[in-house]
Write a protein that binds this ligand. Structure first.
Ligand SMILES: O=C(O)CCC(=O)C(=O)O
Ligand SMILES: [Fe+2]
Length: 199
C-alpha cells in the first residue's frame, strides 16, 4: 500500500518479515565495523539517537557542525552499503545513480529526533529513501519552512519512505517510539536507514 502525505511517498509494509530479517543480518557486520556513536549537536547537546553509517561517507555531528565525513570518528573507513539495502533504493527509485551514504539511526527507549531538514547534501534533486525496522516510530511531517501545521504517521517495521520532489526539503522528525512493540530486534528499539546521494 502506498500513501502520499505532503509529497512523502510512504510504502507501508514494503518489506516482509523475511526481508526485514535479511536486512538485520546484513547490518550486523556494519554495526560491528562501525559502532553506533552518540553525535552532539553543534550547540553541544547529545542527540538521543545513536548513529553510524555505511558508504563512502557517513553523516556526523559534533561542535564543528553537521557534515559528511570520509571516516568513522574512530578513524576507520565506513563499511560498504549492504547489497539488500541498495536493492531497496533501486526498487523504489528506479535511478541509475546509487546513494553514497546509508545513515543508520538507532532509537533506544525514549530516543527521538526533532524536526529538521536533510540539507547537508550537494544536490536536492536526489531523493532520500528511509527504511524503518523494529519498533514503531511516530514520524512527523511539516513544511519547507519552519513552523506551520504538521501531520504524523506511525512508521512500522518494513515501511519505506521516499522523500523526493516537494518533500525533499520538508521538515520532518521522529517524536517517539513504542519501545518493544516489535520483536525484530531482540533488545528492542528502532533502526532507521536513510539512503542519501551526498555529492
Ligand atoms: O528515523 C526516521 O524515520 C527519520 C530519520 C531522519 O529523518 C534522518 O536521519 O535524517
Ligand atoms: Fe531527516
Amino acid at each position: 500500500m502506498r500513501i502520499t502525505l505532503r509529497g512523502f511517498e510512504i510504502f507501508k509494509g514494503r518489506l516482509d518479515a523475511p526481508a526485514q530479517r535479511a536486512l538485520i543480518a546484513a547490518l550486523r557486520p556494519v554495526l560491528q565495523a562501525a559502532p553506533l556513536v552518540s553525535p552532539q549537536t553543534p550547540y553541544g547537546k547529545a542527540m538521543s539517537v545513536r548513529m553510524t553509517s555505511a558508504g563512502a561517507v557517513g553523516w556526523y555531528s559534533d561542535r564543528k557542525g553537521y557534515r559528511y565525513m570520509p571516516q568513522h570518528p574512530q578513524g576507520t573507513a565506513w563499511p560498504d552499503i549492504p547489497q539488500p539495502v541498495l536493492d531497496i533504493w533501486d526498487d523504489v527509485t528506479g535511478l541509475e545513480r546509487r546513494p553514497d551514504c546509508c545513515l543508520v539511526n538507532y532509537y533506544g527507549e525514549g530516543a527521538r529526533m526533532g524536526l529538521h531538514q536533510d540539507k547537508d547534501e550537494a544536490d536536492f534533486s536526489w531523493p532520500v529513501v528511509s527504511v524503518s525496522l523494529g519498533d514503531d516510530g511516530l514520524f512527523r511531517i511539516g513544511n519547507r519552512t519552519p513552523g506551520g501545521s504538521t501531520e504524523s504517521i506511525w512508521l512500522t517495521s518494513g515501511d519505506v519512505v521516499v522523500m523526493g520532489g516537494e518533500a525533499r526539503l520538508a521538515y520532518h522528525g521522529l517524536d517517539r517510539i513504542r519501545f518493544k512493540s516489535s520483536r525484530l530486534l531482540s533488545k528492542g528499539g528502532r533502526l532507521n536507514l536513510t539512503l542519501r546521494v551526498t555529492s
